[in-house]
Design a protein around this ligand. Structure first.
Ligand code: NAD
Length: 256
């Protein structure tokens, strides 16, 4: 379905971004990966799906590196047809204890980076008359939790950015949508499981149950594969008129 298209997925060396990159590659899209840590493993997983794959190491907190990444993708693959803004970090503390530099980093990586990628990728999408922008927000783009002020502000912000982008492109073949996952057991959440286990003096399994029990009525984690399936749908022609949504896949989290 996506043969001939190129997807740039930020933060795709791990977790949800890698799951979405694999799902798009399975549909034939060539992939530019981005993110830190092990690159060769993810690169090999994508290459095994028979598509072209590359990696750019831009730091999503640095606007000049983001501009260089979009330019590199266009130079190497000829286009950024699908842009998935996924890179993100978390930090948990009450506002009065929240270090200002952590606030700045979360706003930069989880929110402003999506403005910068869109700013640079939209002109090419407009020229080609087709594009898909998927912003990975969160259930925290729709509702809040205590201790996550910067994350909640960034994720609500990215839902707003999604709506503005959708209106600006409404008469074109470009769609802009957000995906709002609930708990997904990735390294980002494993840190919170470990912190909960330590705080409550319980093992990892019990800590996972407690985290799910507080927020996610299904009591099951969402998986990167399931999110990949939603991303593929939003890239399909069936979704041509899905514009500006913040689509939750959260085991019932925001239905409460
Ligand atoms: P993860 O920690 O597994 O992956 C994060 C990715 O972002 C990695 O590839 C990492 O290298 C990359 N990254 C981090 N900082 C970066 C930077 N400065 N520049 C470039 N890349 C950077 O996390 P995840 O759980 O897969 O999260 C992915 C996205 O999904 C995030 O935006 C997160 O907020 C969102 N999300 C996660 C959950 C969850 O439960 N895991 C729920 C809702 C939303």
């Amino acid at each position: 379905m996506l043969k001939g298209k190129t997807a740039l997925v930020t933060g795709s060396t791990s977790g949800i971004g890698l799951g979405i990159a694999k799902a798009l590659a399975a549909q034939g899209a060539d992939i530019m990966l981005n993110g830190f840590g092990d690159v060769e493993g993810p690169r090999a997983e994508i290459a095994a799906l028979g598509v072209k794959v590359s990696h750019h190491g831009a730091d999503m907190s640095k606007p000049a590196e983001i501009a260089a990444m979009v330019a590199a993708c266009e130079a190497e693959f000829g286009a950024v047809d699908i842009l998935v803004n996924n890179a993100g970090i978390q930090f948990v503390a009450n506002i009065e204890d929240f270090p200002a530099e952590r606030w700045d980093a979360i706003i930069a990586i989880n929110l402003s980076s999506a403005f910068h990628t869109m700013h640079h990728a939209l002109p090419g999408m407009r020229a080609r008359g087709w594009g898909r922008i998927l912003n990975i927000a969160s259930a925290h783009g729709l509702v809040a939790s205590a201790g996550k002020s910067a994350y909640v502000a960034a994720k609500h912000g990215i839902v707003g950015l999604t709506k503005a982008g959708a209106l600006e492109t409404a008469t074109t073949g470009i769609t802009v949508n957000a995906i709002c996952p609930g708990w997904v057991l990735t390294p980002l959440v494993q840190k919170q499981v470990d912190a909960r286990a330590e705080k409550d003096g319980v093992d990892g399994e019990e800590a996972r149950k407690r985290l799910l029990g507080e927020k996610q009525p299904s009591l099951q984690f969402v998986t990167p594969d399931q999110l990949g399936g939603l991303a593929v749908f939003l890239c399909s022609s069936a979704a041509d008129q899905v514009r500006g949504v913040a689509w939750n896949m959260d085991g019932g989290w925001v239905a409460q």
